[in-house]
Design a binder for this molecule. Structure first.
Ligand SMILES: Cc1cc2nc3c(=O)[nH]c(=O)nc-3n(C[C@H](O)[C@H](O)[C@H](O)COP(=O)(O)O)c2cc1C
Length: 364
């Protein structure tokens, strides 16, 4: 299960400390002019956010395209993307070879496969998302060629620092939020929120702790009709992709879990006609009705647990079940959430590209 999408398919391969990580896009239509600087910039954005509150693994993350593109345009054949792993310091990880790190995928991979690449998390490392971000940037260019859709994701919670998102679904980002986001390496929307975040991060760092958080995404101008009931609903496909990102624990669309406590009359969005178009007065439904885009702004939030490598001694067991104490050390983020923003945008665009292509078969 290493492939996202059905028509625009992206197959992921590689491990954290192998020679390279990669993605193969199959089903990208021919004739799409690709801006490779934009693709590289998306991958770089993942790296920059990484440097904001973390002891980063130093990688160049240069995107290499091995096939499927000729003279700057796609040729309809598989597009193979690789990013070489250069800073794979395997020796950093040899001490965790036989000990299960709490919160990590070590135990379940070992039980399932019996033999695993334990270096840097192997296949369960977030590193495998680097070429997926490149694939997502290609998907985004396809989505732009086929529609006016634009996706923006940003951080709206880190630990107990929470940004109020209640108006974003109906009104979108304000000018000051947009401007702030453009220059924020942590993908935040305001200076006051950044201050709150810095305090949370500093406290966590002092305590040898890590933090989770939330990323909110707005998709503007997605055409009406995108999403394939019943098992390929827009929210089902997005959830499948986004819940595959490491540490993601929940996703909510529109009012999300708050909808459970609302009355029907409070939650229903009344239909109105505006600028000769049918739309809704409010957007509690988050732009999706019946699994199909309604033409309203799509909005959803993805929730992340704190990353597992904490700077504290922890109790665990070895592969043989003997009690052990572990102190992880090494290069680990205090909070990975800002770094996941380009990943969320990439996975969203892969799903949108796939569903926009699928929608071409909806009617005769
Ligand atoms: C953007 C991002 C960066 C991450 N970086 C680290 C890291 O530096 N150290 C670490 O221990 N875990 C890191 N993780 C989490 C691990 O990749 C791992 O998947 C997780 O701890 C296993 O939990 P899961 O079952 O929720 O995926 C990161 C996760 C994300 C989303």
């Amino acid at each position: 299960m290493n492939t996202l999408g059905n028509i625009f398919k992206v197959h992921s391969f590689g491990e954290s400390h192998g020679p390279a990580v990669g993605a193969i896009i199959d089903g990208c239509p021919a004739g799409l002019a690709l801006d490779m600087e934009v693709v590289q910039a998306a991958v770089d954005k993942r790296k920059t956010a990484q440097h904001s509150f973390s002891s980063a693994r130093k990688e160049d993350d240069i995107v290499e395209i091995l096939s499927g593109v000729f003279e700057g345009k796609t040729i309809g054949t598989p597009i193979c993307i690789i990013i070489k792993n250069k800073d794979a310091r395997s020796k950093d990880y040899s001490k965790v070879k036989d000990v299960y790190r709490p919160g990590h995928a070590d135990y379940t991979f070992q039980q399932k496969y019996g033999h695993r690449d334990y270096r840097g998390g192997g296949r369960s490392s977030i590193r495998i998302t680097a070429p997926m971000v490149a694939a997502g940037a290609i998907a985004r260019q396809l989505v732009s060629a086929l529609s006016k859709t634009d996706t923006t994701a940003f951080v709206t919670q880190i630990g107990n620092a929470v940004y109020d998102v209640s108006n974003l679904a109906t009104f979108g980002l304000g000018k000051s939020e947009n401007d702030y986001l453009q220059n924020s390496t942590k993908n935040l929307l305001s200076a006051s929120f950044e201050k709150e975040v810095s305090v949370e991060i500093e406290n966590a760092e002092n305590d040898g702790e890590t933090l989770g958080g939330r990323i909110t995404t707005l998709v503007e101008n997605l055409p009406i009709g995108i999403g394939e009931p019943v098992f390929g609903k827009l929210q089902s496909e997005l959830s499948q992709a986004l819940m595959s990102i490491n540490t993601v624990k929940a996703i909510e669309f529109g009012k999300g879990i708050k909808a459970a406590a609302l009355k029907g009359s409070e939650h229903n969005d009344e239909f109105i006609k505006e600028d000769k178009q049918i739309t809704t007065k409010t957007n509690h439904h988050g732009g999706i009705l019946g699994g199909i885009s309604s033409g309203q702004r799509i909005n959803f939030s993805v929730y992340f647990k704190p990353i597992s490598s904490i700077q504290q001694k922890q109790n665990t067991v070895t592969k043989k079940g003997e009690s052990a104490e572990i102190e992880i050390g090494g290069r680990h983020d205090v909070c990975a959430v800002p770094r996941a923003v380009p990943i969320v945008e990439a996975y969203t665009n892969i799903i949108l590209a796939d569903l926009i292509l699928k929608n071409r078969n909806a009617t005769i």
